[in-house]
Design a protein around this ligand. Structure first.
Ligand code: 6PG
Length: 286
């Protein structure tokens, strides 16, 4: 298969329920691409469409490139996929920091997804507050609501910063206490930047939340998040999908370096099956 690199025979070990460890970031990307294909297939066959929120930052870049490659592109009915974003920087789409711009270059320009199915956050608009309301309307048009009135994605992709932030929910910021809005526009003081982000209630309403985390610099934080010991809890720890929603971490060995396997099922903050080694053949993932 041309151009995706790495080992097609992805080997991961489940160090904790819901935490899969891969040898390297490329295999994390491949594991993520396989799950994307599977969830797309499941959602389209059940709901007629697949509504997914993409994450930004660097980690998902390789996964997006793989999804657009010969290895995966033909396995997704892109005509039935609707893409949204879990957060965005307050920059125009052509800006190098734009999460939309990155996904467009790595994935959207290379697959047959209708432009009408691409729903970007217009966080560069002068009135970002109004743009957030407009985005809530877009979500209302395309997503079913859960029993608490929050839009329900089929999949939300998330990353995690070394400080424990996810999407643009940074530790200690007011937006992490938001309980009613779907989309917020926090000012991130430490970055001196404005962001647009889905809120925690929307992340918790998702059917599936998939974290991709790589790099040794995140090992301490990943352990704190998974052991659920950080007080106050870190935003990545606060994401708790309701109604049997899935929360899954795909991580590399470097970021998993401080994790011990396994603590007893009782204490784990994550839903999932008993730990074990999983070997996946090329093709549909489990
Ligand atoms: C963003 C992201 C953010 C990201 C983390 C991890 O817009 O920056 O959505 O939440 O996922 O910062 O970023 P890296 O993958 O670059 O480490």
């Amino acid at each position: 298969m041309a151009g995706t690199g790495g080992n097609l025979n992805v080997v991961s070990r489940e160090i904790l329920p819901g935490v899969r460890v891969y040898p390297n970031p490329t295999d994390v990307a491949r594991g993520g691409a396989r799950l994307f294909v599977d969830y797309a297939w499941q959602s389209i066959s059940r709901y007629g469409q697949f509504c997914v929120a993409l994450s930004g930052g660097n980690t998902p870049r390789t996964m997006y490139g793989m999804l657009a490659s010969d290895e995966f592109r033909g396995q997704v009915d892109w005509g039935k996929v609707h893409v949204f974003w879990s957060d965005e920087r307050a920059v125009p789409p052509e800006h190098p920091d734009s999460n939309y711009g990155m996904a467009r270059r790595e994935l959207l320009l290379r697959v047959a997804i209708p432009q009408a199915n691409v729903h970007r956050m217009e966080a560069e608009k002068p009135n970002i507050g109004r743009a957030a309301h407009e985005y809530e309307e877009v979500l209302r048009q395309h997503l079913e609501l859960d029993d608490r009135g929050f839009p329900r994605f089929h999949l939300i992709l998330l990353g995690m910063g070394a400080d424990g932030h996810t999407a643009s929910l940074f530790p200690g910021t007011r937006v992490t206490r938001q309980t009613s809005r779907w989309v917020s526009t926090p000012i991130v003081a430490k970055l001196n930047a404005r962001r647009m982000t889905l809120t925690l209630p929307v992340l918790d309403a998702s059917m599936r939340v998939l974290f991709l985390v790589v790099g040794a610099e995140k090992a301490e934080t990943l352990r704190a998040v998974l052991e659920g010991k950080a007080d106050p809890p870190l935003p990545a720890q606060q994401v708790q999908p309701r109604d049997n929603g899935l929360k899954l971490f795909l991580v590399d060995e470097a970021s998993a370096a401080l994790l011990e396997s396994p603590p007893s099922q009782k204490t784990s903050p994550l839903r999932g099956k008993p730990p074990g080694t999983t070997r996946l053949k090329p093709g549909r993932s489990k």
